[in-house]
Design a protein around this ligand. Structure first.
Ligand code: FEO
Ligand code: CA
Ligand code: CA
Ligand code: CA
Length: 616
């Protein structure tokens, strides 16, 4: 009987059917607009987008490429306006430049790509529209706003935290090891309770060349563990800047793979790279506060068989917006303890043969423990110094026996229940010879569709109640909330909800919550043969597990963002038209500007046309 009646509040829309249409499809009764596209000018003096005469200088003042993480921050003194922050993960040169020769990129093309990476901060305004004060839901960029900013692959960053200045971080351009140019491959991120933005440097390995010529065995070992073993890099930036050549500047690679923090309200601030949060392929970083006000940051390392981490700050957040409080809060992530997760299932190991069959107790579940890796200058890992743990965090986690997961992507605590959700997107190598076997948290071999793990810090839902100086409990409990894929496939699980009444979801990636406590998930790489999309699902109550599809994206695109507000939903449409053989001249998608135009990654808003709340 639980399936009768209305869907959960916030999810009352007609689900979008899976499709392969070359457009953004939203539910019946919803409007949509393209908020901002690759190349739109946002800084003073930046020209209009002209793909035929693009320049690095123009790109540095325009919205970047391949928008991933999105957040909307308040602009309290400006009615109808908010501040959009977007990550620009990477570039598709073959789609950006007509006549692009991947064997011989030009300096101008490389410099354009540097300027198209990073982040954008851009004010956006609601349409004054027919719904009066509420607007229509559409958003438009406000070019030349004083807070608009571009951060690129060449913007100076300050290195902070215990490994700042480490010998492992010193280069010929920066003998102090405290100042890095640029951020790369910024995937997902998080918004802090103190009003800043965190962003994860993910697949930074792809920018570094000639690992195959590194002869020192110790260096070769760490490079390999971080995904580097080849010759020339895909984009060949090393031809124009030797810092990307591992044989010329051995430590530059140690200066990427961090969580970066941006203060979007201060366009002149120097963004920071936080060594205290460890170095790996950071998908995202999502903070919350403990009861006593310390910051807890959850972080996934997006690699097959890699780990899930958290950081707990030593200091407590200060409330208020005074200059003193802001300065204090901006140092919160400099000092604390970094942990990695070890999970145990509660069902016998022999029930996990890789088929994904539910265990006899009816649930993939168990307990977990946070293993401390490093606190300030004190390493908890035998045989590694503190700075080695920070710079080679993956190797430290290997040593303490952390649990090898199916590609930890975005993570988000529920603002309603305190339970934390981790998207584990897929792992085609699970169960292969010499690779990790299936276990209760990663129960399927050749896992094409991924799963969503839910955990509760001890005390179920409440942040750890700890007095001054008392560390939070190292224990948590966990269960799989979704085992994704075709609902008709017995090796899937939708939170216990009847599977004939759900939208099929595959490859969850970026996640967020709405005000009602529903989890929203965007997908990357849908392995069910239809396009990626955005889905909402209740995590508690009668409707727990009722996944409903809200939106689909065009050909070749992944769905990112997402932001779910009272009256609008925002998604980032990343890499539209990214299909084998596609070029700028022969695009595989006509989105968003129609046939004969360059495909352009862009941000899309969707809203109920009747002026009501989303999903009501
Ligand atoms: Fe850039 Fe893990 O997705
Ligand atoms: Ca179990
Ligand atoms: Ca991602
Ligand atoms: Ca998120």
């Amino acid at each position: 009987a639980r399936h009768r009646g209305k869907p959960a509040k916030g999810l009352r829309f007609t689900p979008v059917e899976p499709n392969t249409d070359d457009k953004v499809t939203v539910p019946e009764g919803y409007g949509q607009n393209v908020v901002i596209r690759w190349g739109e000018p946002i800084l003073r003096g930046a020209p209009d987008f002209d793909p035929v005469r693009q320049s690095a200088k123009a790109q540095a003042g325009q919205f970047g490429y391949n928008n991933d993480f999105l957040t909307l921050l308040p602009l309290r003194s400006e009615r109808g306006r908010q501040l959009l922050v977007a990550n620009h993960e990477y570039t598709n040169e073959n789609l950006m430049f007509a006549g692009y020769d991947p064997k011989k990129p030009t300096r101008e093309q490389v410099e354009i790509a540097w300027a198209a990476h990073g982040l954008s901060v851009v004010a956006v305004a609601e349409d004054a529209g027919r719904h009066g004060r509420q607007g229509t839901g559409a958003l438009r960029p406000v070019p030349r706003h004083h807070l608009n900013r571009r951060i690129t692959a060449t913007t100076p960053f300050q290195v902070t935290g215990p490994a700042a200045g480490s010998a492992l971080l010193r280069t010929s351009a920066d003998p102090d090891g405290r100042r890095v140019l640029g951020t790369l491959n910024n995937c997902a991120g998080g918004t802090t309770p103190w009003g800043t933005v965190l962003s994860g440097e993910e697949n930074f390995n792809q920018y570094f060349a000639h690992a195959d010529q590194v002869t020192d065995p110790e260096r070769a070992r760490t490079l390999k563990r971080y995904g580097m073993s080849g010759g020339a890099s895909e984009r060949q930036w090393e031809r124009f800047d030797p810092r990307f050549d591992l044989t010329k500047e051995p430590n530059e690679v140690h200066r990427f793979g961090w969580v970066v923090e941006i203060d979007p309200y201060d366009p002149h601030s120097t963004p920071r790279k936080h060594t205290a949060l460890g170095r790996f392929k950071h998908e995202a970083a999502q903070p919350r506060l403990t009861r006593d006000g310390r910051a807890v940051v959850y972080m996934g390392d997006d690699e097959r068989f890699d780990y899930f981490y958290k950081f707990v700050s030593a200091k407590r957040m200060r409330r208020g917006n005074s200059a003193d409080a802001r300065r204090h809060n901006l140092s919160l992530l400099d000092e604390g303890t970094l942990y990695v997760a070890r999970l145990s299932g509660d069902s016998p190991d022999d029930e996990f043969d890789g088929s994904g069959k539910l265990p006899d107790d009816g649930e993939f579940d168990g307990t977990g423990r946070w293993i401390p890796l490093v606190s300030g200058d004190r390493s908890h890992v035998p045989g590694m110094t503190a700075e080695e743990v920070y710079v080679f965090t993956r190797l430290a986690a290997d040593k303490v026996g952390a649990t090898k997961m199916d590609r930890p992507e975005d993570v988000e605590p529920s603002p309603r229940t305190g339970r934390v959700y981790v998207a584990l997107t897929n792992n085609g190598d699970r169960g292969k010879a010499g690779k990790g076997a299936a276990d209760e948290a990663n129960p399927r071999n050749a896992n094409k569709h991924g799963q969503v793990l839910e955990f509760a810090e001890r005390g179920d839902g409440a942040p750890p109640a700890s007095g001054r100086g008392v560390p939070p409990s190292p224990h948590f409990s966990w269960r799989l909330f979704l085992v994704c894929g075709d609902p008709d496939d017995p090796a899937t699980y939708y939170g216990g909800f009847p599977k004939d009444q759900v939208s099929a979801i595959s490859c969850p990636d970026n996640i967020t919550f709405d005000d009602y406590g529903n989890l929203w998930l965007s997908t990357d790489g849908n392995a069910l043969g239809t396009h990626d999309g955005l889905f909402g699902v209740a995590t508690a109550g009668q409707r727990r597990g009722q996944v409903r599809q809200f939106l689909t994206v065009p050909k070749g695109a992944e769905t990112c963002g997402p932001v779910v507000q009272d009256r609008r939903v925002l998604v980032a449409v990343q890499h539209p038209g990214e299909l084998d053989g596609a070029t700028a001249e022969k695009p595989a998608s006509a989105w968003p500007d129609g046939p004969g135009q360059y495909v352009r990654p862009a941000v899309v808003a969707a809203w109920p046309r009747n002026g009501s709340r989303v999903g009501m």
